[in-house]
Ligand binder design. Sequence first.
Ligand code: BGP
Length: 474
Amino acid sequence: MGFRKDFMWGGATAANQCEGGIFEGNRGLANVDVCPSGPDRSAVITGQKKMLRMDEDHSYPAAEAIDMYHHFREDIKLFGEMGFKVYRLSIAWTRIFPKGDEQEPNAEGLQFYEEIFKECRKYQIQPLVTISHFDCPVHLIEAYGGWRNRKLIDFYLRLCEVLFRHYKDYVTYWLTFNEINMILHAPFMGAGLCFEEGEDQEKAKYQAAHHELVASALATKLAHEINPENKVGCMFAAGSAYPYSCKPQDVWEALLTDQENYFFVDVQARGYYPSYAVKRLEKKGVFPQMEPGDEKMLQSWPVDFISFSYYNSRCVAAPGGEQEEAEGNLFRSVKNPYLKFSEWGWPIDPLGLRITLNQVYDRYQKPLFVVENGLGAVDTPDENGYVEDDYRIDYLREHIRAMKAAVEEDGVDLIGYTSWGPIDLISASTGEMKKRYGFIYVDKQEDGSGTLRRFKKKSFEWYKRVIETNGEDL
Ligand code: BGP
């Protein structure tokens, strides 16, 4: 009973939120580098404001982040100390191909990740690599228009091929795109889209989505050809939509929300556009242009497993209601009166994770991997840098309990869990540093000051014990 013996416990990060060093190692500039902190961020990440250069009027949190570029040995050692079995990280595309459309990869970038994988091996940590975590070279946006252009498929596959070949001895678990459904909510981060005046934005988003879906299938094919041991997963931002009430219109609205979300996984896991999507996209005139062979490709190369992030459930009401809006991972929803909320207004709903696990497993019957989950909170260290983060422990404990119930009582096939940001890093939605998720505190402050020193929080020892006991001692 309990979690399987080889359950993969660990933590997850993304290159742009922790590495920094964006001008080092011949790295090129990426979309995520030019997302400023402050009031313009939201307009930039949603593609409503075009800012493809760094300027002096803004600050760019990805530039230094927590400087993992120079601290990775120390950080991975700490992950090893916690007993991580797996470390989910992403590759910065522009370290490997600085502009994105070169023929030859950048040796320094390849070397950097090889060092990381070697370091992981020292502690028997298996890497789980996200090939693109909200990551697109600025040059591919300026010269090609980002993922709305089909040429991006070739550039992405060139990246994949280099990674699959070069890291064949180190990596077998891959994710093609982080939170692929985020294209619909943060299209600049998800697909490098900056919208033109008067452009049909829905159309551009679904065209970009189609290109990423085809690229994902082709990457799965390539991964298996290069190494039959490879396992490729999709990754989406999950969180079931609850109807605000049992009023059929609310229930209908919740169903629509879930379908919009599952659309991506339906294609990646089942291998075809679901009928609801075909009808609705056609009706809105935004059905993407496909090429002969695309459907065959999607059908032939479904993913091996399904991964997702889970922070919260969503609550949905029919349009025109008076309900209060809720925050939460860039999705619009209304406030669920039965839940508590984080300091950033995100609902806290551990049972929702069990519900989501059941729904996803019922729908696809493939192994599942929770690759992000956690509580973003303000931490206040004492004079020794120690944080008593019982609130974080409580959040994680309840979510792990919910996973356990899904495994033990519902028979869900769950292969691993990587909590988000095991070491503090910058926030994707807000660019803030003060929103922390880690077991490890980083002395980097909101104004950019700080020694960058690392300190273990109370949750560090707690998570270590969780892993040691395979989730029995919570
Ligand atoms: C997901 C992203 C992550 C991460 C997380 C937490 O959407 O995949 O990159 O940042 O959300 O969100 P935030 O950083 O906005 O708190």
